[in-house]
Design a protein around this ligand. Structure first.
Ligand SMILES: Nc1ncnc2c1ncn2[C@@H]1O[C@H](COP(=O)(O)OP(=O)(O)O)[C@@H](O)[C@H]1O
Ligand SMILES: [Mg+2]
Length: 265
């Protein structure tokens, strides 16, 4: 029994997913507690995205169960999990491309809280709510103030991803899940995105699936390392990286990701 007094947010018990003969996720146990900022790393094909899809309900597991805030959600569809406070951002963004940054934020905030029809919301309330305290705060936290009036389709990938995460956070999710949020970003954009995520530490439970450990190592409190569908190590980052099986398999991860120095110490 764990003695950690913080509330459990999500738990996976013996979760398994097979694709024909292949065991993509193999009896994985996993727990996240409130305000954990945790990462899952592993080589390509380790099962990270499949596990992520099981947590968020994209697939049901073949075995095992998933409990979210005390409720069994193993067979619950993704949109119901969103209603319970489980939020993921998609690589293909859910932003409205021809609207401005600030109007996207207004829409996602008031949609989450007031659930009116989108059209009514847009015509009646967008303008008047662009300066609502919550909107101003999120523009500042996510460093979006300077581009608040830019139309989304003209943003860089990094700006768009920042907006997307800001939109997710406006709905005040109990759990924010990010699958490779840094993929495709330039170094400067990576730094900016990590800085805004750092500002959420202690206020938000976050799970990041990431291929390149070097980017998130300083930021994560906890790491889970997957290899061939299994969890091979779990705990503080340095401890995980000292684990013999991680060192063996991480060599492949490191080589693929071009960060061999991470295991050379
Ligand atoms: N929809 C699918 N159908 C068949 N095989 C899949 C499917 N999704 C993933 N896989 C396989 O499952 C394994 C794990 O993939 P994935 O979870 O995407 O790994 P990761 O995200 O760690 O790179 C891989 O061998 C992959 O080819
Ligand atoms: Mg993946």
């Amino acid at each position: 029994m764990s003695t950690d007094p913080r509330a459990e947010i999500i738990r996976a018990e013996g979760v398994t997913k097979r694709f024909k003969g292949l065991v993509a996720v193999d009896h994985v146990d996993f727990v996240l507690r409130e305000f954990d900022v945790a990462g899952i790393i592993g080589s390509n094909g380790a099962g990270k995205t499949t596990f992520f899809n099981l947590l968020t309900g994209y697939y049901p597991p073949d075995e095992g169960r998933i409990v979210f805030k005390g409720q069994d959600v193993t067979r619950m569809p993704p949109e119901k999990r969103v209603d319970l406070g489980m939020m993921r951002t998609f690589q293909l963004t859910a932003t409205f491309d021809s609207l401005t940054v600030v109007d996207n934020l207004v829409l996602s905030y008031y949609r989450a809280y007031e659930k009116p029809s989108l059209l009514a919301l847009f015509f009646n309330t967008c303008k008047s709510r662009r300066n609502a305290p919550k909107i101003l705060e999120i523009l500042e936290t996510f460093n979006l103030g300077d581009i608040r009036n830019r139309v989304v389709k003209n943003l860089s990938l990094g700006e768009k991803r920042r907006l997307e995460i800001a939109m997710s956070i406006l709905a005040d999710p109990s759990l924010l899940l990010l699958d490779e949020p840094l993929a495709g970003l330039a170094e400067s954009e990576i730094k900016m995105l990590l800085d805004v995520l750092k500002a959420r530490v202690g206020r938000q439970t976050i799970l990041i699936v990431e291929h390149k450990l070097s980017h998130v190592q300083d930021f994560l409190q906890r790491l889970t390392v997957m290899h061939e569908g299994r969890v091979i190590a779990e705990g503080p980052c340095e401890e995980c990286l000292r684990h013999p099986e991680v060192r063996r398999s991480y060599w492949q991860i490191a080589t693929e990701a071009g960060e061999g120095e991470a295991v050379a110490s």
